[in-house]
Design a protein around this ligand. Sequence first.
Ligand code: XMP
Ligand code: MG
Length: 186
Amino acid sequence: MDSTHLGDDLSVVLHTEAELLARLGELAREIEADYTEEPPLLVGVLKGAVMVMADLARELRFHAQMDWMAVSSYGAGTKSSGVVKILKDLDADITGRDVLIVEDIIDSGLTLAWLKENLESRGAKSVRICTMLRKPKALKVEVDVAYVGFDIPVEFVVGYGLDYAENYRNLRDVAILAPHVYGGEE
Ligand code: XMP
Ligand code: MG
């Protein structure tokens, strides 16, 4: 689905599909240069990271094995609390492996900080993070992120895997959702 199919649901398109793919190409070259001994296991965080994972994995010029986790962060309303529950765990044993977490977005950083520590505690050789988007001004904890697609403003964004009430994930671009959609002020 393209942004043009959504009427006035979106206020601004931040990054088009073409921009996202071009940036992922650049990140893939960096990742290939960093992992010269053994390709990392790509760990995607469901559901938002599905699109990034699909595009990044196909950009990479090595065998990119993929595994998935689903986590939910407890907290009041839509804000992340840092208390995370695993809904679906990895299939792979990551002891001694290089792991690259693939994420759609880092907001407060609480989820990713927890996840990185969790995977490290399982004996992974290394755990790095690749995220398509990051809201630097929303960060509440320091998270070491090795690969960032784009830094964006503190706005609620949808598309390219990101949802509002499970919709908009299949939008090709990343866009700021118009406040009237969620009952906010314009
Ligand atoms: P934290 O705050 O722990 O949370 O970094 C990251 C998770 O919060 C969700 N999130 C968003 N989802 N548009 C979305 O559709 C957004 O602008 C947004 N900001 C945060 C997302 O699930 C992410 O994994
Ligand atoms: Mg997510």
